[in-house]
Design a protein around this ligand. Structure first.
Ligand SMILES: Nc1ncnc2c1ncn2[C@@H]1O[C@H](COP(=O)(O)OP(=O)(O)OP(=O)(O)O)[C@@H](O)[C@H]1O
Ligand SMILES: [Mg+2]
Length: 455
């Protein structure tokens, strides 16, 4: 039940309507509202002779979680915009009918719920983007984090940066992208993320650049592109190598001119966006082969951070396992556990094709499934390495180039079977990201859960 405060409003019909909607009604005068610190969910205020904008400012500062609505006489209508700017949730020019009051309150309560969820999400994102969340004490990680901290400090002013992150799946590219955003002056603006591997090539360009109505057959309404949506903030372009040649050329133009043009539009808009591109592929090799535009790579990689695979930093693997173990026990409110000596050795020795993500899953699984306060090596149930060998006797296969698809499909099925239908783990075995694997699973119409049990 929400509490609605009526300030200097003696309107029995309105109060009755709000009560009928299930709200609790409280009433007070203006003095009590400004001195008594009430914090209802919604307050309807008749300012009387008080200047409405300064009153709104005071009330909003006093109880920022309350939606303060100012009821203005028609003669004061000219002040409505100033009242809103001062922090009122809404302004109503009187008279306010009971039915309209009920609709207004319902809408404001709905907005409050959305805002609460958004706040929660943003706090969570900001926490995840904190530099202290990045675990690693090995020399390559320390060097990398030092560099990141330096860049964040120095980029406090000046034009938007372009950054490239490369590293195998699960090495922390997504994490680092958040850290770069949330430790920059852009932290209060949007962090917009798009995975180029997860979106069909035909839609990707309109997602990025936006389009005008009628730009192509399905474009029934105009749409703001993600580059525009990220204005003032950061666009995280994950798996950037999946952007097709034309999109690459357009992106290069945007980075060079800092202007974006929606598909089908003749006007350009100025934008200020920090672009962070990531790839689990070797962008240098792709550029050399001609499948990634070298000029774009050049533009994007003024700052190029390479995330080392976990197998090259065994000490970090153990440190990460310990931290993840502690964190997981805490979040499930379980007593603390520790790693056995053999478990540590197994963690050091394993090659972690899925890197930190695979490690986190192994540890979380051990915490949830196994008993006891010691995590033994066997509890980590490390998968054995895959042995794919779709061999062929010689000459050309009868299906021609389609043999590649069959081989790909067979490998994916094998990985899904070994991973018992767990797409993340199968992706790790295949050394691709989950999204890449998901797009292939869709392409071949496979059913991971079905394969899990099909021995
Ligand atoms: N150094 C680290 N310290 C703490 N957590 C980490 C670290 N590196 C990665 N992680 C965690 O491991 C998981 C995988 O990392 P992330 O998603 O950033 O990898 P990625 O490189 O983007 O992988 P992919 O290419 O598959 O998208 C995340 O939950 C992330 O928070
Ligand atoms: Mg990622």
């Amino acid at each position: 039940m929400a509490t609605i405060l009526l300030v200097d409003i003696e309107d029995a019909a309105l109060a009755g309507e709000l009560q009928a909607a299930g709200h609790a009604i409280a009433r007070c005068g203006l003095d009590a509202a400004t001195s008594g610190n009430p914090s209802p969910d919604v307050a309807l205020v008749r300012p009387g002779s008080a200047p409405p904008a300064s009153l709104a400012l005071k009330l909003a500062a006093q109880a920022p979680a309350t939606a303060w609505v100012m009821l203005l006489a028609p003669s004061a209508a000219a002040q409505a915009a100033a009242v809103l700017d001062a922090g009122a949730a809404d302004v109503v020019i009187e008279p306010l009918s009971p039915a309209a009051g009920r609709v207004l309150v319902t809408r404001l309560l709905r907005e409050q719920r959305v805002r609460a969820r958004l706040d929660h999400f943003e706090r969570d994102e900001a926490r995840k983007g904190n530099l202290t969340e990045v675990i690693g004490d090995s020399k390559p990680m320390r060097d990398l984090l030092d560099q990141v901290a330096r860049v964040s400090r120095r980029s406090a002013f000046g034009p938007a940066l372009s950054v490239t992150l490369t590293g195998e799946t699960g090495t922390g590219k997504g994490l680092l992208a958040r850290v770069l955003h949330y430790s920059s002056r852009r932290r209060d603006r949007a962090f917009v993320e798009i995975n180029c591997a997860a979106i069909p090539a035909t839609l990707l360009e309109s997602e990025l650049f936006g389009h005008e109505r009628g730009a192509f057959t399905d474009a029934r309404a105009a749409r703001v592109g993600l580059l525009e949506a990220a204005d003032g903030g950061t666009l995280f372009l994950d798996e950037v190598a999946y952007l097709a040649a034309e999109g690459q050329a357009k992106l290069l133009t945007v980075l060079e001119t800092r202007r974006v043009r929606r598909l089908g539009s003749s006007t350009e808009r100025q934008i200020d966006v920090q672009v962070i591109a990531a790839s689990s592929q070797d962008l240098g090799a792709l550029a050399a082969r001609g499948s990634f535009k070298p000029e774009l790579l050049h533009r994007l990689s003024a700052l190029w951070f390479r995330l080392p695979p976990l197998r090259d930093r065994a000490d970090d693997a153990v440190l990460l396992a310990e931290r993840i173990l502690a964190r997981t026990c805490e979040s499930y409110r379980l007593p603390a556990k520790h790693l056995s000596e053999a478990a540590r050795e197994a963690i050091r020795a394993h090659s972690w094709p899925g890197n930190v993500r695979e490690l986190a899953h192994a540890v979380e699984r051990a915490v949830l499934v196994e008993e006891g306060e010691e995590v033994a090596a066997a509890h980590l149930s490390l998968p054995s390495a895959p042995a794919p060998s779709p061999g062929r006797a010689g000459g050309f296969p009868p299906e021609g180039l389609a043999a590649i698809d069959s081989a790909e499909r067979a490998l994916i099925e094998q990985a899904l079977r070994e991973a018992k239908g767990n797409v993340t783990r199968a992706a790790a075995l295949l050394k691709v990201s989950r999204d890449v694997l998901r797009s292939r699973v869709d392409k071949y119409g496979l059913d991971p859960a079905g394969l899990a049990g099909a021995d």
